[in-house]
Design a protein around this ligand. Structure first.
Ligand code: GAR
Length: 197
C-alpha cells in the first residue's frame, strides 16, 4: 500500500478525487496526511475523510530554507512513499526537492513544457491555443520542468474563459491524478528510472 502525503493551497478538488479513490479498499494507495501552505478551504475534505492535516506557512519562517526544513519535518513524520502536489501554489525550495524527489509529483493545468508557472490556463488562452491539457510530472528544482509522467489533452473552445476552461481541465486532472497514483503504486511507472532518463 503506497502511503501518500498530499499538499494543497486551495479548494482541493483534486485532493477530493484522491480521497474518494483511496477510500476504496482495493485502491493500492492511502492518504496518510494532507498539508497546506495556508488555511486552505480544501483541508475540509481531508477532515471529512478523517485524514490528519497540517499547515506550514512561509509567513511563519525567516526564509525559504527554514520554511522548507519545517515542511520536510512535517511531511517526513508521516513517512510517505510519495508526496503529491495537487494545487500546491508555491515553488518548493531545493531542500524539499532534495528530500523527496523523485517521489514528489505535481499536477499542472497545461501540456508541459507548454505554459509553466502559476497562470497556465490564462497563458494558453492568451496564446490562442486550440488545445491544452493536464500534466503530472516529477518535481525537480525548476518551475514545472521535471520529467513528465502522464498527460491528457483538453480542447479549447472559442468562447472559453479562464474559468470555464480551468473547470474542464480540472475534470480531466481528477482522472489523471488518480490514474497516475494507481500506476505508481502498481509499479507500472518507475519514478527513479523516469528521473534518470
Ligand atoms: C489545479 O488545476 C492544478 O493543476 C493547479 O491548481 C489547481 C488546483 O485545483 N496547479 C497549478 O497551477 C500549479 N502550478 P484544486 O485545488 O481544485 O485541486
Amino acid at each position: 500500500m503506497l502511503k501518500l502525503v498530499v499538499l494543497i493551497s486551495g479548494s482541493g478538488s483534486n485532493l477530493r478525487a484522491l480521497l474518494e479513490a483511496t477510500s476504496d479498499e482495493s485502491f493500492p494507495a492511502q492518504i496518510v496526511a494532507v498539508g497546506a501552505d495556508n488555511e486552505a478551504s480544501g483541508l475540509a475534505h481531508a477532515r471529512e475523510f478523517g485524514v490528519p492535516t497540517f499547515v506550514v506557512s512561509p509567513a511563519d519562517y525567516a526564509n525559504r530554507v527554514s520554511w522548507g526544513e519545517a515542511l520536510i519535518a512535517e511531511v517526513s513524520s508521516y513517512a510517505p512513499d510519495l508526496v503529491v502536489c495537487a494545487g500546491f501554489m508555491r515553488i518548493l525550495p531545493a531542500n524539499v526537492v532534495g528530500a523527496f524527489s523523485p517521489n514528489l509529483i505535481n499536477m499542472h493545468p497545461a501540456l508541459l513544457p507548454l505554459y509553466p508557472g502559476a497562470h497556465a490556463v490564462r497563458d494558453a488562452l492568451a496564446d490562442g491555443a486550440t488545445v491544452t491539457g493536464a500534466t503530472v510530472h516529477i518535481v525537480d528544482e525548476g518551475v514545472d520542468t521535471g520529467p513528465v509522467i502522464e498527460q491528457l489533452e483538453v480542447a479549447i473552445n472559442a468562447d472559453d474563459t479562464e474559468e470555464t476552461l480551468h473547470e474542464r481541465i480540472k475534470i480531466v486532472e481528477r482522472e489523471l491524478i488518480v490514474h497516475t497514483v494507481r500506476n505508481i503504486a502498481h509499479a507500472h511507472v518507475n519514478l527513479q528510472e523516469l528521473a534518470r532518463s
